[in-house]
Design a protein around this ligand. Structure first.
Ligand code: APR
Length: 238
């Protein structure tokens, strides 16, 4: 941890990439955890796709309603909070998250690049109009402007990363002197490719994860949960 703290002090520009592991300490299942309830026999990869939604919009919509409810019922954890505080203290720390749960923002993190969108927003299928959803409908509502179905504003498998999020993340990774991956299995691209970009440009690569991952050429490995390691990193900074 001392090595990472030292690197954090020296690096003028830092990029942090988070995955579902940082929300695990809040009680939100990671993507590779088995699903529960109605969706137990499905992989997220089977549900988080445009095809699944077209095939059965109500079923996919209900899965998102269940996930939204679960995420709103938990709190950001010490990892989210420590990272938000660190971002206030470090002059140039960019956070890119693969998570759609909004927990970084609820922990007070001000500028979050949402690489895979946000589960609390919806837009319509045909034109991308934002759709405000009242109450808890168990069927996808229709867009007031064009009548097409509302869908969660998350990036489904096979869909493009929001352009602005991609641009900002690539630029930050290319200029980073320190890249810290937290709670991600580094299996889904292009998010997982950001570390390669940083490494190619000379960044030190660090990883905070209780398990080994597919990340290659990691310079600093912290085998710990985010809720333990990030408060320790913040304490080392102060
Ligand atoms: N602290 C830190 N890391 C943790 C913790 C924890 N408390 N608990 C689990 N992890 C790690 C796991 O070891 C695993 O490496 O978090 C990682 C979670 O990996 P995934 O479930 O694959 O989640 P993620 O990497 O975010 O998935 C990336 O895949 O399914 C798509 O779009 C989805 O954004 C998601 C993307």
């Amino acid at each position: 941890m001392e090595k990472l703290t030292e690197q954090l002090r020296q690096a003028r520009r830092v990029v942090v990439l988070t995955g579902s592991g940082i929300s695990a300490d809040s009680g939100v299942p990671t993507f590779r955890d088995p699903q529960e309830g109605l969706w137990a026999k499905f992989q997220p990869q089977d549900l988080a796709t445009p095809e699944a939604f077209r095939h059965d919009p109500d079923f996919v919509w209900q899965w998102y309603q269940w996930r939204r409810k679960r995420v709103l019922s938990v709190e950001p954890n010490a990892g989210h909070e420590a990272l938000a505080t660190l971002a206030e203290k470090h002059p140039a720390l960019t956070l890119v998250t693969q998570n759609v749960d909004g927990l970084h923002q609820r922990a007070g993190h001000r500028d979050v690049i949402e690489f895979h969108g946000n589960i609390h927003r919806n837009h319509c299928l045909d034109n991308g109009h934002e759709v405000r959803v009242e109450g808890h409908p168990d069927k996808p509502p229709r867009c007031r402007l064009c009548e097409s179905l509302a869908r969660p504003s998350v990036v489904w498998f096979g869909e493009a990363i929001p352009e602005r999020a991609l641009e900002r993340s690539v630029a930050a990774a290319q200029q980073a002197e320190l890249f810290i991956a937290i709670g991600t299995s580094a299996t889904v691209y292009p998010a997982a490719g950001l570390a390669d970009l940083a490494r190619e440009n000379g960044a030190t690569i660090a990883e905070i994860n209780p398990e080994a991952t597919q990340m290659s050429a990691v310079d600093i490995t912290i085998r710990a949960r985010a809720a333990e390691a990030l408060p320790a990193l913040l304490a080392g900074w102060d």
